[in-house]
Design a protein around this ligand. Structure first.
Ligand code: CUA
Length: 334
């Protein structure tokens, strides 16, 4: 066997094995197991189109294989008869694809319209994309948070999506379609989640150095769980006790100018970075790329651009004692 062919076979085998390995799961961002009405509409549409595609594939490949076998070259056979044109066939292969496109277009347009109207009484959430994190504002509840969206199960949600800088796109695959977040423009998504859980998502429009570090997480809470979350989000953090590490951290939060960018209710009013009023209660930090642990907070605050390339938060060269204090303070903001 020539070496090129051997290499080709080896390459195909490796690619095949790698593809099979990708089937292992779990799939936190699969659209194939939707958990909202919007997700189910898209899934239903996809499955319809998928079976049309399967039909086309089987017919085309079937005719191709039949032709290859039936009309293959045979030793001594006479040259085949030459044909030019076949009106019936030509009309058929023009009409059939046109009809299939109609069968795909009608449900597509129907789904677009069905999913494009705000259900009455929907809970409103305003999403703003930033390089590289997501801001969530609940105008009816007076809550602002970042990266982790909380919604109640079984209640319609109206998501209004925009951006403060470049174009991003907001997507929680299990809850439905993606939408671009465009500066000066508002896109909408409406969905009603049907199961409680934690659903991963991410920015899906290339938006700069840390596009891949712009993840998000949607928590679908039980009704009482959501009410408890709302009640907690509305609280104002207590002033730390005199002489505590948290108090030193609160002072460092001012000393290093964190207050200029970040809001902590009752203390600072920074409009640039994520609202940190309840950062200690979030599961992740830094655009949902690291678990919210003491060590990760230390790594993150110690050198933000190293953790997240292009980060607008600079390396503030925080001293070790101040770093410890800051971490204690942020962790206390439950
Ligand atoms: Cu934001 Cu990609």
């Amino acid at each position: 066997m020539p070496p090129q062919r051997r290499h080709l076979i080896l390459l195909c085998t490796l690619v095949g094995l790698a593809s099979i390995a990708a089937c292992a799961g779990p799939f936190p961002q699969s659209t194939l197991s939707p958990t909202s009405d919007f997700g189910h509409s898209i899934d239903h549409l996809f499955r319809g189109i998928f079976w049309w595609a399967v039909g086309v594939f089987v017919v085309v490949e079937g005719i191709l294989l039949y032709s290859i076998v039936r009309f293959r070259h045979q030793e001594g056979a006479p040259a085949p008869a030459q044909h030019h044109g076949h009106t019936t066939l030509e009309i058929a292969w023009t009409l059939a694809p046109a009809l299939i496109l109609v069968f795909i277009a009608v449900p597509t347009v129907r789904t677009i319209f069905e999913t494009d109207t705000a259900p009455p009484g929907a809970l409103r959430v305003e999403v703003t994309g930033h390089q590289w994190w997501w801001e969530y504002h609940y105008p009816d509840l007076g809550i602002v948070t970042a990266n982790e969206l909380h919604v109640p199960v079984g209640k319609p949600i109206s998501v209004d999506i925009t951006s403060s800088d470049v174009i991003h796109a907001w997507w929680t695959p299990k809850l439905g379609g993606k939408r671009d977040a465009i500066p000066g423009h508002h896109n909408k998504i409406f969905f009603t989640a049907d199961s409680v859980g934690e659903f991963m998502g991410q920015c899906v429009e290339y938006c700069g150095a840390s596009h891949a570090n712009m993840r998000l997480r949607t928590f679908v809470d039980s009704d009482s769980g959501f009410q408890a979350w709302v009640a907690n989000q509305k609280t104002v953090p207590a002033v730390p006790a005199k002489g505590s590490p948290e108090e030193a951290g609160r002072a460092a939060f001012m000393k290093y100018g964190c207050i200029g960018c970040h809001t902590v209710a009752g203390y600072s009013n920074g409009p640039i970075g994520p609202n940190l009023t309840h950062v200690g209660s979030r599961t992740m930090i830094a655009g949902d790329i690291m678990m919210n642990t003491e060590q990760h907070l230390r790594d993150w605050l110690g050198n933000p651009p190293e953790m997240k390339p292009g980060s607008i938060m600079p390396n503030l060269h925080v001293s070790q004692p101040d770093l410890n204090a800051l971490v204690a303070y942020l962790q206390s903001l439950k």
